[in-house]
Design a binder for this molecule. Structure first.
Ligand code: NAD
Ligand code: MG
Length: 380
């Protein structure tokens, strides 16, 4: 039995993780659950999985949850540091980081320092501080949950790392792949929130529409697999059947495929290096008819260029990009800025940030705070 903690259990990845755990009850025991504010769903999850620890960031709501479970099992944690506290206190083997945004970084570092396996969906922590996170981690201590990175991780088992020529990350292209570029400034949040192939949280859905998600994934791949920016290519593949590929030095290209379902990469991260049965939609190539591919349009989606810039520069640029993007996405959802202004303002903030080549964690957090302030100035 492996003990698992799910940070962000009420989100899209969190709920899928619990479905995997529910189906593999003989293999996994859930010992910790957390949410930012969705206390009623969290309460249902606590009733079902009976974890020893529960964390709810919102202190007021945490009181309600506490009343609900008065005199019974879970130990309640609340407030800003509750994720790290849970990671440090609970006796888990695997920490699943399924929270969204920069808030995931301290918990990811705590998990690695405590020697836990980190099943990582929270790509933002690698985008911000990949050099720190990876330098602390042992081989295979971080297992990717992001479908593209799980695909690369699985494909890499076909050869040695010194035999890798490049990786090819696939992208669905998002809802505006074939949308006229001159109409992009006027798209509304409701249009951007309609993703063609994946059901996800709001932030990553907007990131997918701007292709900022692919930018974050380029940076994530660089750190996870020790690649240069030049070894990472992106190809648009609207059907989301090939989840990514690795090209080896002999010209062999190994791809990982399957119906788009996040339970597949989540379960692989939990059961690695083994596989367990999982009920997924049938893989029916004749029914699909064709798989198509095209080059991404970096003019129309400038976020992609920013991903390569960060992958080349490193330093504080990743934390700056991530923080500026988090604020910009929220501003777009709140109707404060236009869709195309997200990447435009992120680029502006990056362009005049104080670059540090080898930042420590404090430098990273300072760059994050500065970028949030700078982005807010763009909104006035
Ligand atoms: P979501 O919005 O559905 O869920 C986010 C979870 O994080 C929720 O449980 C929420 O309560 C918690 N959370 C939010 N803000 C918090 C805060 N300040 N403090 C503590 N907890 C907080 O998001 P999601 O789609 O599940 O994505 C989660 C992460 O996984 C993101 O980093 C995303 O990029 C990554 N990811 C998601 C998918 C997907 O299919 N959804 C695929 C690949 C990677
Ligand atoms: Mg992905």
């Amino acid at each position: 039995m492996k003990k698992i903690v799910v940070l962000g259990s009420t989100g899209s990845i969190g709920k899928n993780t619990l479905e995997v755990a529910r189906n593999l009850k003989d293999k996994f025991q859930v010992v910790g659950l957390s949410s930012n504010s969705r206390w009623e769903l969290l309460a249902e999850q606590v009733e079902e999985f009976k974890p020893r620890y529960v964390a709810l960031c919102d202190g007021e709501l945490a009181k309600k949850l506490q009343q609900r479970f008065q005199g019974t099992h879970p130990e309640m944690l609340a407030g800003n540091n509750c994720l790290q506290e849970m990671v440090l206190n609970c006796n888990a083997d695997i920490v699943v980081s399924a929270v969204v945004g920069a808030v995931g970084l301290p918990a990811a570092i705590a998990a690695i320092e405590r020697g836990k396996t980190l099943a990582l969906a929270n790509k933002e922590s690698l985008v911000m501080a990949g050099h720190i996170v990876m330098s602390l981690a042992k081989k295979d201590q971080i297992l990717p949950v992001d479908s593209e990175h799980s695909a690369i991780f699985q494909s890499l088992r076909s050869g040695k790392s010194c035999e890798v020529k490049r990786v090819i990350i696939t992208a669905s292209g998002g809802p505006f792949c074939d949308y006229p570029a001159d109409k992009l400034p006027d798209v509304k949040p409701a249009q951007a929130l309609k993703h063609p192939t994946w059901q996800m949280g709001q932030k990553i859905t907007i990131d997918s529409a701007t292709l900022m998600n692919k930018a974050l994934e380029i940076i994530e791949a660089k750190w996870l697999f020790g690649l240069t920016a030049e070894q990472i290519d992106v190809v648009i593949h609207p059907q989301s059947i090939i989840h990514s590929m690795v090209e080896f030095c002999d010209g062999s290209v190994i791809a990982q495929m399957g119906s788009p379902d996040m339970k597949v990469p989540i379960q692989y991260a939990l059961t690695y290096p083994e596989r367990s049965p999982l009920r997924v939609k049938g893989f029916d190539l004749p029914a699909l008819g064709s798989l198509t591919f095209k080059k991404p349009d970096a003019e129309k989606f400038p976020a992609l260029r920013l991903g390569y810039q960060v992958a080349r520069e490193g330093g504080t640029t990743g934390a700056t990009l991530n923080a500026a993007n988090e604020v910009a996405v929220q501003a777009f959802l709140d109707g404060q800025i236009k869709f195309t202004e997200i990447a435009m303002y992120v680029e502006k903030v990056i362009s005049h940030h104080h670059f540090i080549k080898n930042p420590c964690l404090e430098d990273i957090l300072a760059a994050d705070a500065w970028a949030r302030q700078e982005m807010k100035k763009c909104l006035i």
